[in-house]
Design a protein around this ligand. Sequence first.
Ligand SMILES: NC(=O)CC[C@H](N)C(=O)O
Length: 380
Amino acid sequence: MSMRPPAILVLEDGRTFRGDAYGAVGETYGEAVFTTGMTGYQETLTDPSYHRQVVVMTAPHIGNTGVNDEDPESRQIWVAGYVVRDPSRIASNWRSQRTLDEELQDQGIVGISGVDTRAITRHLRERGAMRCGVFSGEAASADPTALVDKVKASPEMAGADLVGDVTTKQGYVVDPIGEHKFTVAAYDLGIKSMTPHRMAERGARVHVLPATATLEDVLALNPDGFFMSNGPGDPETTEETMVPIVRAVLERRIPVFGICFGNQILGKAFGFGTYKLKYGHRGINQPVQDRATGKVEVTAHNHGFAVDAPLDRVSETPFGRVEVSHVCLNDDVVEGLKALDVPAFSVQYHPEAAAGPHDAAYLFDRFADLMAENKKKGQS
Ligand SMILES: NC(=O)CC[C@H](N)C(=O)O
C-alpha cells in the first residue's frame, strides 16, 4: 500500500488511537459510533442520519467492492468521519467505478485506517458514544491534550437540530411503479432514496417534502397517507416543528407511517418521551420481535435515541390507545409503535433495507393496506 500520512483518532475522554490517513487529509469532529454491518458501506456512508457522526466499522475489511453510482442512499456522503481497520488494497466488483479511498477524498471525508476497531468499539460500548476528532497529516502531529480540548469544544449530539442541514431544498415527486393507487405526503427529514421507492413499488405517488413544509402544504396534496422519514439529530428538537404537524394529521385520521426519526416524532406526538441510548443500535443484523406475531426479524438499525414507552401495557394517549408493537431482543428497546384507535404506526428500524435484510418489507404493505382501508371508509 502507498504510504499515507499519519492520523490520530482522539476521543473526548482522552483515549487516542494512532493510524494512517484514509480518504481526505485534514481534521473532523463528530459523535463516535460503531456499526456492525458486514456489507453495505456505501449505503451507510450516504445515510443522512449519520450526519455529524464519525462511524467506526466493526467489519475489519472495508472497500473491497469499491464504489458505484447506484448504491448511494442520498446525494452525498454524510458521515463526519470514517474509521476502518484494514482498507482493501484493491476494489473488485463488476459494478465498481472507483475505489472507496478516492470517493472519500473526492467528497472531503476525513478518515483513519490501521486502528484497532475492536478496541474502539469495546471502549464505546463501555463508556458510551462520545465526541471525537480525527486528525491527519499536519494536524496529527499536535499535542494530544490540545486535540482533546478541541474535541471537547465541538458540538454534542444531545440537543442537536440537524434536519435543516440534510433535507431537500425543493420538494419532488417519486412516481408510482404501475397503477397509481395512493398519494403520500412524505417529510424528508434525512430520507434515504430507497424509502419512497418502496412506497412507489406499492402504487404510491410520493410527494417528498422539505422539512420546512407546512401542514397546509400537506393538506393541499389531499394525501391518502402521511410519512415521516429517518433523520439525524435529537428528536427533542422536533417538539415545535414536526410534532404539531403530525398531531394535526392524526386528528384528521390520515394514515401515518414513520421510520426511525419518524417513529420518535410519532412517539412524541402521542406524548411519550425520548432519551439517548448509551451507544445506540447500528448495523444490519439486529433482532427485533413483532409482538403481535412473536416472529423475530433481522433488521437494519441506525439510531442513538429511542422512545420511552411502557412495554407491559397499552398506553392511553390523546389519540387513544397505543401499544409497543416491536422490541429489540438485545436490550428491550422500543422498536415500533401502533395506535389502536387512529390509523398510525411506526418503526425505529429500517424496513427499506438499504443496506440490510428484507425481513421487514411487510411494513410497507401494512402502510398500503392502511391507506386502502381508509380510502374505502371515506367512500362508504
Ligand atoms: N436513523 C434515524 O432516523 C436516527 C434518528 C435519530 N437521529 C437517532 O439517532 O436516534
